[in-house]
Design a protein around this ligand. Structure first.
Ligand code: MOS
Length: 736
C-alpha cells in the first residue's frame, strides 16, 4: 500500500499485475518509431567511412544523384551547418553533429546520406558513392604509446594510505582483469522518421528520453524548443543505446528538410555497431590486502577505457569499489585513452557491471588465498555506514541478500575446494558475487485526468523501453485514487507531455512514479474540495486524512458505509473531469544518506571436463531495490539483465581489426548473444525494503542492477568447477 493513501480495496502496487500495454504489443497495435505511416515518405540511407583516421580528399556523388529514385545526396560539402553541444560532457548530450567537415575520427563515421523514393533505391545509390581519403595511421590500442591518456575524467577516490597498507597486509591479491567491447543489440534497430511542417519538426525516434532528444535537436538545428516535437511511446529495446541523440537523428531531420517530405531512416544492424554507442572495453588492475581473518585492509582499483576522439563519454567503472565493502585504505582511479574508435555510451549497468567483474573476481581470489568461504568473506566486509563519507545508509540490505540467497541456493552444501563437484563428465561449480547500482532520481512531472466515467488518463513524457513503466504508473494512480487498474490509461513518450527524465540509470520508477503519485493525490484533494461544503455528500467536510479510497469510491475511515464515487461527485457538480499537473523532485536525502541498490548473485556452471564447454545451469539473483512496485515486471527486468550478464560472461565481444579499426563481427551471426538454449531457469528473489527516506513510494529501481554481478558470479563458478581462473571476458572454451 502506498503511504498516505490507505484503501478499502486491495492495493495494486506490489502485485504481479500484467503489463497494461501487453495486449497492444502482442497484437501489433503498439507502434514503434519506424512504423508510422506518412504520405510521400522518402527513405534515407547512410554511407560510412571505411578508414578510421584521416580526411576525405574527394567524395564523388554524381552517379548516386542521378540513380533511379534519388531525391538528395548530402555530404560535408553541401549539408547545412549544425550547432554542436557545449564541449563539456553532460548526460544525454549528442556527439558532434555529422557531415560538418572532412575529418574522419573512426571507422564507420557517417560521411553521406542518400535520400530516395524507396529504401532499395537509396541503398543502391549509396553504393555508387566513391571516396578518396587522406589516410593516417589510426590509434586503436589502449597501450599505444602515442595515444593521449586522460586522467581527469573523474577524480581518484582515496582513503587512508592504500599503497602502504597493501604492502604491509598479511595476505595480498593483485591481478589484471580485462573486458571486451560489447554492443547493446536491441531487437529493433534505431530508427527515426522526421517530418517538417513549415519550421516545425516532428520526430518519431528510438530514444530513451524525448525531452533530451528535443533539446539536442533544437540546439543543433538552431530552433526553439517549441519547434521540435519528439515521440517515442514504444521502443524495441535500447539498454542505453537510446540515451543520446546519435548523429543519424539529425541526418533524418536535415534530409527531410532538404527533400521537403517525411523521411524515414533506419540503421542497419551493422551500422548499430558504430553509431549508437557501446560498452567500452576495459583493462583493470585490482589489488587487495587483508588480514588472515579476511578483513580488507587495502583496496586499489585502477581501470582504463577508451574514449573517442570527438566525444568525452565516461562511466563509473571503479565507482562501486569505493562503497560496496569496507576497506580503511583505498584508492580507485579511472583513466581514459583517446583512440580512433566510435563513440561509446552507457550500456546496462554501465561502469558497475564491468568494474565489479574485476573487484568481485579479485575478492573470490582473495577468499581462496585465505581459505575462507567467498560469501563469508563478503559478509565480513559489509559496512554499516558509507565507507567514504561515514553517512548512514538510507537502506542497505546487502547482508540480507547474501543470507537469503545462501539459503535458497543451498550454499552451505558447497564444498570449498575447486574441482570437487562432478556429475559424470561435467565439473560443477558455484560462484557468488555482490551487486550494486547507484540510486538515481530526477525531478519529474505528470498530468493526470480523471473523467466523470471514472476512467483516468496519465500523461508524462517518459519513454517505456520495455520494463513496464506504463504499468507501474497506472498501478500507482490506481492505488492513490482507489480506481480499478483497468480504468487507467497511460500515455508516454511525447515531448508535448510534462517533463520526465530519460528512461535510464534505473531512475524512472522513483522519478516519474513519484510525480504520478503526487498528481493523483492532487486529484483526490480536488474531489474532496468539491464536497467540502456539499451537504448532499456523505463526505461533506472530510479531509484527506479522514478518507480511504477503493472500488471507485472515497469513503470515510470512521464509517466505510459513508462513501461516494468520483462519478457521483463529478456529475453532481456538473464536471466532465478533474485534472492536474503535478511534479515531484528529490530533496536532500542524497546529502544526508549513503544510497544505493544492492544485491547478491549466485551462479552454477557445468563445464565439460574434456571439451571445456561451459553451460550455466542455475542463476539466482537476490535484490534489495526498495519497494517492488510490480513483482512480475520487476522479475522480468531481472531475468532480462541476467541474460545480458550470461552473454557478458560467456559470449559477447565486439572484435575490431586493430589495423583498420573496422568492426569485423557487426552482425547477429558473428556477435554471439545468448539464445533460449543458453539460458537455464532463472530465479529472482527480492528483499523488500521500502525506503521512505528516498521517495514517497519507497522505490529504488531494478533495471541496471539486474546485470551487475552476474559475470563475476559465473567466472567464480567456473573457477570453482575447474580450478582455472579466467580474468578476461568472455570466458570461452579456448581460455579454459
Ligand atoms: Mo541505462 S544503460 O541508463 O539505459
Amino acid at each position: 500500500m502506498i503511504q498516505n493513501a490507505p484503501q478499502t480495496s486491495s492495493p495494486s502496487v506490489g502485485q504481479p499485475v500484467d503489463r497494461v500495454d501487453g495486449l497492444l504489443k502482442v497484437t501489433g497495435q503498439a507502434r514503434y518509431p519506424a512504423e508510422f505511416p506518412f504520405e510521400r515518405m522518402a527513405h534515407a540511407v547512410i554511407v560510412q567511412s571505411t578508414i578510421a583516421r584521416g580526411s576525405i580528399k574527394t567524395i564523388e556523388t554524381a552517379a548516386a544523384e542521378v540513380a533511379p529514385g534519388v531525391l538528395a545526396v548530402l555530404t560535408h560539402l553541401n549539408a547545412p551547418r549544425l550547432h554542436s553541444s557545449p564541449p563539456s560532457f553532460v548526460v544525454g548530450t549528442a556527439p558532434p553533429p555529422p557531415l560538418q567537415d572532412q575529418h574522419i575520427f573512426y571507422h564507420g563515421q557517417h560521411i553521406a546520406v542518400v535520400v530516395a523514393e524507396t529504401l532499395e533505391q537509396a541503398t543502391f545509390a549509396a553504393t555508387l558513392i566513391t571516396v578518396d581519403y587522406q589516410e593516417e595511421t589510426p590509434l586503436l590500442r589502449l597501450d599505444d604509446p602515442r595515444a593521449q591518456m586522460l586522467d581527469n575524467a573523474f577524480p581518484d577516490v582515496v582513503r587512508g594510505e592504500p599503497e602502504t597498507a597493501l604492502a604491509t597486509a598479511p595476505i595480498r591479491v593483485e591481478e589484471m582483469y580485462t573486458t571486451p567491447t560489447q554492443h547493446h543489440n536491441p531487437l529493433a534497430p534505431a530508427a527515426t522518421i522526421a517530418n517538417w511542417d513549415g519550421e516545425t519538426l516532428t520526430l518519431h525516434d528510438s530514444t530513451q528520453g524525448v525531452y533530451n532528444t528535443r533539446a539536442q535537436l533544437a540546439m543543433m538545428l538552431d530552433l526553439e524548443i517549441t519547434q521540435v516535437r519528439v515521440l517515442a511511446s514504444f521502443i524495441g529495446g535500447a539498454f542505453g543505446s537510446g540515451l543520446r541523440p546519435w548523429p543519424h537523428v539529425v541526418l533524418a531531420a536535415i534530409s527531410a528538410r532538404q527533400v521537403g517530405r517525411p523521411v524515414k531512416l533506419v540503421l542497419t544492424r551493422e551500422q548499430m555497431y558504430t553509431t549508437t554507442g557501446y560498452r567500452p572495453r576495459s583493462v583493470q588492475r585490482v589489488a587487495l590486502g587483508a588480514t588472515r581473518e579476511g578483513q580488507l585492509l587495502a583496496t586499489i582499483h585502477e581501470g582504463t577505457e577508451p574514449v573517442a576522439m570527438n566525444d568525452d563519454f565516461r562511466e563509473g567503472l571503479t565507482r562501486a569499489t569505493a562503497l560496496l565493502y569496507s576497506s580503511p585504505h583505498l584508492r580507485t582511479a579511472y583513466r581514459q585513452v583517446r583512440l580512433n574508435v566510435a563513440v561509446p555510451t552507457w550500456m546496462r549497468g554501465p561502469g558497475e557491471s564491468t568494474g565489479l567483474f574485476a573487484l568481485e573476481s579479485a575478492l573470490d581470489e582473495l577468499a581462496y588465498a585465505l581459505d575462507i568461504d567467498p560469501l563469508e568473506l563478503r559478509l565480513r566486509n559489509d559496512t554499516p555506514v558509507h565507507p567514504q563519507n561515514g553517512k548512514p545508509w538510507s537502506s542497505r540490505k546487502l547482508r540480507e541478500c547474501f543470507e537469503l540467497g545462501s539459503q535458497a541456493f543451498g550454499w552451505e552444501r558447497r564444498p570449498r575446494a575447486p574441482r570437487s563437484l562432478r556429475d559424470g563428465h561435467e565439473l560443477i561449480g558455484w560462484g557468488v558475487s555482490g551487486s550494486y547500482y547507484p540510486y538515481n532520481r530526477q525531478p519529474a512531472e505528470a498530468h493526470v485526468r480523471l473523467l466523470a466515467d471514472g476512467s483516468v488518463l496519465i500523461q508524462t513524457s517518459a519513454t517505456d523501453i520495455g520494463p513496464g513503466t506504463a504499468t507501474i504508473l497506472a498501478q500507482i494512480a490506481s492505488d492513490v485514487l482507489g480506481l480499478p487498474l483497468a480504468r487507467i490509461r497511460c500515455e508516454l513518450g511525447d515531448s508535448n507531455f510534462p517533463a520526465s527524465p530519460h528512461q535510464g540509470g534505473s531512475m524512472l520508477a522513483a522519478s516519474a512514479g513519484s510525480a504520478v503519485h503526487e498528481t493523483a493525490a492532487m486529484l483526490l484533494e480536488q474531489a474532496l474540495e468539491l464536497v467540502q461544503e456539499d451537504e448532499d455528500s456523505p463526505l461533506c467536510g472530510a479531509s484527506r486524512k479522514m478518507v480511504l479510497t477503493g472500488d471507485g469510491y472515497i469513503a470515510l475511515k470512521s464509517d466505510l458505509t459513508r462513501r461516494e464515487s468520483y462519478t457521483a461527485i463529478l456529475r453532481r457538480h456538473g464536471l466532465d473531469m478533474l485534472e492536474a499537473t503535478g511534479q515531484a523532485a528529490p530533496g536532500d536525502e542524497a546529502q544526508r544518506f549513503g544510497t544505493g541498490i544492492f544485491g547478491a548473485k549466485f551462479a552454477e556452471v557445468r563445464v565439460d571436463a574434456e571439451l571445456g564447454r561451459i553451460r550455466v545451469s542455475r542463476v539466482l539473483s537476490v535484490i534489495a531495490a526498495g519497494r517492488i512496485l510490480n513483482q512480475k515486471t520487476a522479475r522480468s527486468q531481472v531475468i532480462g539483465g541476467t541474460v545480458g550478464g550470461i552473454g557478458m560472461a560467456l559470449l559477447e565481444q565486439t572484435c575490431m581489426d586493430e589495423t583498420t579499426g573496422r568492426i569485423v563481427n557487426a552482425n547477429f551471426a558473428d556477435y554471439a548473444i545468448p539464445v533460449h538454449a543458453d539460458i537455464p531457469p532463472l530465479e529472482v528473489l527480492f528483499v523488500e525494503e521500502p525506503d521512505l527516506e528516498l521517495n514517497p513510494l519507497g522505490v529504488k529501481g531494478v533495471g541496471e542492477i539486474a546485470i551487475v554481478g552476474i559475470a563475476p558470479a559465473i567466472a567464480n563458478a567456473i573457477y570453482h568447477a575447474t580450478g582455472r581462473r579466467v580474468r578476461d571476458l568472455p570466458i570461452t572454451m579456448n581460455k579454459l
